[in-house]
Design a protein around this ligand. Sequence first.
Ligand code: DSN
Length: 430
Amino acid sequence: MKSLWETDPEVALAVENEALREELSIILIASENYASEAVLQAQASVMTNKYAEGYPGRRYYGGCSYVDTVEKLAINRGKELFGAEHINVQPNAGTAANMAVYFSVLNPGDTILSMNLSHGGHLSHGAMVSFSGKFYKTFFYGVSKETGRIDYDEVEYLAKKYRPKLIIAGASSYSRIIDFKRFKEIADLVGAYFMADIAHIAGLVAAGIHPSPIPYADFVTGTTHKTLRGPRGGFVMCKSKFAKTIDQAVFPGLQGGPLMHVIAAKAVAFKEAMSEKFKKYQYQIVKNAQTLADSLKEKGFKIISEGTDNHLFLVDLTEKDITGKEAEIALDNAGITVNKNVIPYDEKPPTITSGIRIGTPIVTTRGMKEKEMKQIAFFIAKIINNLGEEEVYNEVLEKVKKLCLSFPVYHNQIRKERLDNDLKQIAVRL
Ligand code: DSN
């Protein structure tokens, strides 16, 4: 980062501080990950300079041979990784990928059936505050109050009642396997299109740990930066018969020049995801989530649906008599990063919430395993059970940093002297 330090020390310092924060915190945000050095290098490359509106071999600019190479690699690898007939790797985000599907098969005013945001769904699946809720008429299914799991009979009942044109499966805080086959059967019953949004579970699907929606869904959207561990961005896959309409919906429908540096990094991430190492990594993410959930349960925490099949779970703090917001702030004081999250049937608003969402992709990327998950559960319990106790926060903070130092990530992103100084100071305090 020599040039950045010389040109703009303020930005350089913020970037370095972020690297240090990521290095020294236990990050349990389910939708985040640490991209590999190879992904970061591709994303920080000269490919950011190139305009390439259009698709490989069909661009509106000259000089596209090398960006064509990376986009073709991303397309071919994405198709192979997921077994998809067609993939568009240009969406800048998961929401843009979803938008492309809506714009290709829906008209304003058409009806969608999707998962309730407050039960684990996503804003872009028809929430009123999103374009999707303003453009389309959306009805929502949820999870059962007793089991915390999707009630597929309710989905079928609502589909028959409202006859949606599109049914969406996929969530941002649902910890159980999603039965894509059942969703497809329901969609067929009412003649609806079926879209699966695998933004959260893309890595698990790629590794074969979560059943794939590809055999069942007309459209599969996703992001590359969550469990998939690539650059921040989206993609949309579909059956060949929808390829042209999806490509047109992304460009020129929604976006202009694609982010070629990000597409280069997507190609790298797809390659990494094809490895045996990646499969083992995804397996460990789930094992870690299950161990962390079980350990918290043993310490008296209530877990929605009693556990997890994937990379995340929700903790219901109602009986602990604290809010998600309070827990998020308290844990942050001790170097543990989570996000407050509404739980199904929450009586508190999304700015307060009765729960927190916990995910294990990042700590697993660091190489942490079951032993460390038990330690993390101990830290979380200690903080939540001693809310407001500064001494306890500091005690846990030091232990968190010590644990993080044993599982380094981005040491080379931080100036050596800074690293030595900060880490030495931390070591002294330990
Ligand atoms: N904001 C993402 C998440 O945290 O799940 C979803 O878009």
